[in-house]
Design a protein around this ligand. Sequence first.
Ligand code: SF4
Length: 287
Amino acid sequence: MLQPATGYLTGFTHSLNPYIGCAFGRPVDNLGRDTVGCPYCYVRRLPVALLHPKPWGTWVTVKEGAPERLRRELRRSRVRGETLRIFLGSSTDPYQPVEGRWKITRELLRVIAEEGGVDQLVVQTRSPMVLRDVDLLRALGKKVRVSLTVETDDEKVRRLLTPTSPPVSGRLRALARLRRAGVPTQAAVSPVLPMNPYRLARLLAEAADRVVLDTFHLGDGSGGKRSRLLGMPRRLEAAGYEGWFDPDLHLRLIPIFVGILGPGRVGLGAAGFAGMNLTSPPHPRGE
Ligand code: SF4
């Protein structure tokens, strides 16, 4: 269950995924031939998706027996005295719809809470279903951080570019409720989609403890190449959002977010996911 963390997961020792595949990436037939959920999902370009006979988003494999396996692995780790900084949900969404029935994620959290020995756990999701597990998340105290994806404040953009994702308002409410319950929270603006940055920063300042900004170029693991292959520039342009694939987009957004949230609450890219905050806005490229 625990896989060594690689690539983008700098700062983490392991990834953990309760499912293989992700139904949030499914095609949406009634909105046009080329419409899919999370069109930018980098997992679409990884072997797990490319080698599967069916399109990404149309299949999900449930890792039955995962909690027991994790329990054994945590016990082995404890014997070895290993440090465990775990990213839960690196190639699937742990709260995609099947979790409602299978509760694999819930049981993984229960095992982690019971066994101890985990130094840090980041739970990455775009689903307010995470609220269901607030009891276990609270039991994990400061070791856990729930990272909810909120790529835009604009519901029109959400419906156009990520039509299978839960509405923005529901995600903001979920963040705020977790925060009020004492669960450490972050909003992952990942990837940055067209938005009103002033409005989104103000909403997130209320709802979340911290924010991670992550653009296509910072976050797709290939400096924007994967996102190009996935057709993101074309999709953005077709929707009238030229400029939102700019490699320097983060330089325009950082001052706005840091200005509204303060420097201690905003992270950038992989370092931001690892928990590091910006101290001051970086200089534009070349300066
Ligand atoms: S929720 Fe995450 S893993 Fe699932 S399709 Fe969307 S981006 Fe990919």
